[in-house]
Design a protein around this ligand. Structure first.
Ligand code: 8YV
Length: 313
């Protein structure tokens, strides 16, 4: 008999088909009244499939008394109540590592785009302005100063990419990272003041909420750019909009927002921002690799009682 699995949040279509092949899958979003469904049938499910955005809240886990394993497609755990899972002895699998390259590539795509004004220049050509005007000068990337907030798996790949652009790297982190050659800067404002580009690569959640506030943005200054491929919650979004509208920073490249999929309307009017719909890991190759690890976490759990990549270790 296939194990009964509740699916909360969408997965790539090929992964959903493979999931349905091996498990008795019930999609939570297809229920008209999810709350009532959970109250009457929540006790049937031994597995929960989710993604980094949908996560698994304390309330959801509480509705699933027979739950033994959660598998999440993604690396972010800010929407997952790890504490509840731990208390209940539920295994939690996630997909670290396999998305570092694409997320770092996206950080650079945003950085290059906003500094060299790629999207703005594209709009300039498409709207027929080229024959009548010259496009304003942009900002050089090569040789500049890159401040990385969070020198974890993704931060380290971003730093590696920057070598190709002859950039100097400094970073901030909860504490200095062993075996990292770049200079550690304890104060975020100091790092922002030094940097031409400040890239956010920390995990989301309560500990990092509004880490990037008006003070840090003011330190980044009118020649500095902010790049965020982490979580919208890390930035005080109102302060960021204010800094961008009033040109207190040069620009921003954003893949993530505080209240996705809603983006502050004021940003739509600005030419010095590049806005992406949370796609940093969204390549065919990486989503497939994430999907493989996501499936593997479940498969290994049902044969050994442990997931391959545990979020609790
Ligand atoms: C995805 C992410 O948006 O892994 C994460 O933390 O934010 C992204 O890779 C998400 O997992 C898609 O389902």
């Amino acid at each position: 008999m296939k194990p009964k699995l509740l699916q909360h949040g969408r997965l790539p279509p090929t992964i959903e088909s493979r999931l349905a092949h091996d498990y008795n899958v019930q999609a939570l979003w297809s229920e008209a009244d999810a709350k009532e469904f959970l109250q009457t049938r929540g006790s049937e499910f031994v597995a929960l499939a989710t993604n980094a955005i949908s996560g698994a809240s304390r309330e959801l886990i509480a509705e699933l008394p027979a739950l033994r394993v959660i598998s999440s497609l993604g690396v972010g755990l800010d929407a997952m109540s790890l504490e509840t899972a731990k208390q209940r002895g539920i295994a939690v699998g996630y997909t670290p590592g396999v998305l570092n390259d694409c997320v770092a590539d996206t950080a650079f795509a945003l950085l290059m785009n906003v500094a060299r004004r790629v999207s703005a220049a594209d709009r300039f050509v498409r709207t027929g302005q080229w024959p009548n005007a010259s496009f304003p000068l942009s900002s050089r990337v090569s040789g500049k100063r890159l401040g990385i907030v969070g020198m974890g798996r993704v931060g380290q790949v971003i730093a590696k990419r920057s070598a190709g652009f002859d950039m100097t790297v400094r970073y901030s982190n909860l504490q200095p990272v062993a075996d990292v050659a770049y200079q550690y800067v304890e104060s975020l404002s100091e790092l922002a003041d030094w940097a031409d580009f400040l890239v956010i690569a920390v995990a989301g959640g309560a500990e990092t909420e509004h880490l990037i506030n008006a003070k840090v943005l003011n330190a980044l200054g009118p020649r500095g750019y902010l790049i965020n491929i982490a979580r919208g919650t890390v930035v005080d979004e109102a302060a960021l909009v204010d800094a961008l509208v009033n040109r207190r920073i040069a620009g921003a490249g954003l893949d993530v927002f505080a209240n996705e999929p809603h983006v502050p309307q004021a940003l739509f009017e600005l030419d010095n921002v590049v806005l992406l719909p949370h796609v940093s890991s969204a390549t065919e190759e990486t989503r497939l690799a994430m999907g493989e690890l996501f499936l593997d976490n479940l498969k290994i759990f049902f044969s050994t009682g442990r997931v391959t990549a545990s979020a609790l270790e």
